[in-house]
Design a protein around this ligand. Structure first.
Ligand SMILES: NC(=O)c1ccc[n+]([C@@H]2O[C@H](COP(=O)([O-])OP(=O)(O)OC[C@H]3O[C@@H](n4cnc5c(N)ncnc54)[C@H](OP(=O)(O)O)[C@@H]3O)[C@@H](O)[C@H]2O)c1
Length: 218
C-alpha cells in the first residue's frame, strides 16, 4: 500500500489507523473537521455537509487519484431512549455514519475501480445485535452493513474488496462526545490493537477478502 484515505483521522480509531499507516511509510489522506496531529494530508471536511463531501471528492480526484484503500472510520454515537428519538438527531447520526460513506464511495467509484482500491466500512458489533437506547446508532450501523453488501455486489469481478470492520467497545472519546459524561472504559479494547488488525487485513493477498469481521470484548 502506498496511499490510503482515512475518514475520522483526527481522533480515536481513525487516528490510530493513520498513525500506524504513516509509521509504515504509507501516505494518509485524512478527512475530518479538526486537523489531525499527524503528518497526514488533511482535507478539512464536515461529513454532515454534502457540499463539503463533494469538495473533498473533487480534491481527491484532482490531487490524489491513486489510492489503495478508502477507510470510512468517522462516526458519531447517539444514545437516546426509544421514547425520545428525534428525527433531527437520527438524521445527524445517519449523515456521518451512513450518508457520508455512501457519498464518498459513490463520488470516487471510478477511481476505486481503476485502482482496484479496497473499501473499509467501520461498523460496530451493534450492527449485528441491539443495545438499549442505541436505536438510531444501531440502525445506522445496520444500514452501513447494507451498503457494504451492495458495494460488494457492484464491485464483484474487480480487484476491490469491501471489508466490514465491526468492533465492540474500545477506548475513545466517542461516548463522552455523545453524552457529555466521562465513561468508565477500563474493560474496553485498545484502539491500537484494532488498528493493527485492520491493517493486517488490508495486507492480506488481494484474493482474500475479510468481508465482515466482528471483534468482541472478552
Ligand atoms: N469507540 C467505540 O467503542 C466504538 C465501538 C464500535 C464501533 N465504533 C466506531 O468506530 C469508529 C471510530 O469511532 P471512535 O470511537 O474512534 O470515535 P472518536 O474517537 O469520537 O472519533 C471520531 C472521528 O470521526 C470524525 N467525525 C465525527 N463527526 C464528523 C463530521 N461531522 N465530519 C467529519 N468527521 C467527523 C471525528 O473528527 P472531527 O471531530 O475532527 O471532525 C473523529 O476523527 C466510528 O465509526 C464508531 O461508530 C466505535
Amino acid at each position: 500500500m502506498k496511499r490510503v484515505i482515512v475518514t475520522g483521522a483526527s481522533d480515536g480509531l481513525g487516528f490510530e489507523i493513520s498513525k500506524q499507516l504513516l509509521a509504515k511509510g504509507i501516505e494518509v489522506i485524512g478527512i475530518s473537521r479538526q486537523k489531525p496531529e499527524l503528518k497526514v494530508e488533511h482535507i478539512a471536511t464536515d461529513l454532515t455537509k454534502e457540499a463539503e463531501i463533494e469538495a473533498a471528492v473533487e480534491k481527491i480526484k484532482k490531487d490524489f487519484p491513486k489510492f489503495d484503500a478508502l477507510i470510512n472510520c468517522a462516526g458519531v454515537l447517539n444514545i437516546q431512549p426509544i421514547e425520545e428519538l428525534k428525527l433531527d438527531e437520527i438524521e445527524a447520526t445517519f449523515k456521518v455514519n451512513v450518508f457520508a460513506p455512501m457519498k464518498l464511495v459513490s463520488g470516487l467509484i471510478k477511481q476505486i475501480k481503476a485502482n482496484g482500491s479496497d473499501i473499509v466500512n467501520v461498523g460496530s458489533s451493534v450492527g449485528f445485535k441491539a443495545y438499549k437506547n442505541q436505536g438510531a446508532y444501531g440502525a445506522s450501523k445496520w444500514a452501513l452493513r447494507g451498503f457494504s453488501e451492495n458495494a460488494r455486489l457492484e464491485l464483484s469481478g474487480t480487484k476491490c474488496r469491501v471489508i466490514g470492520f465491526n468492533p465492540g467497545g474500545f477506548k475513545s472519546k466517542l461516548f463522552e462526545k455523545a453524552t457529555g459524561k466521562k465513561a468508565e472504559l477500563s474493560s474496553y479494547m485498545e484502539p491500537s490493537y484494532l488498528a493493527e488488525l485492520l491493517i493486517k487485513i488490508l495486507e492480506l493477498p488481494k484474493d482474500m477478502e475479510v468481508s465482515d469481521i466482528i471483534i468482541s470484548r472478552k
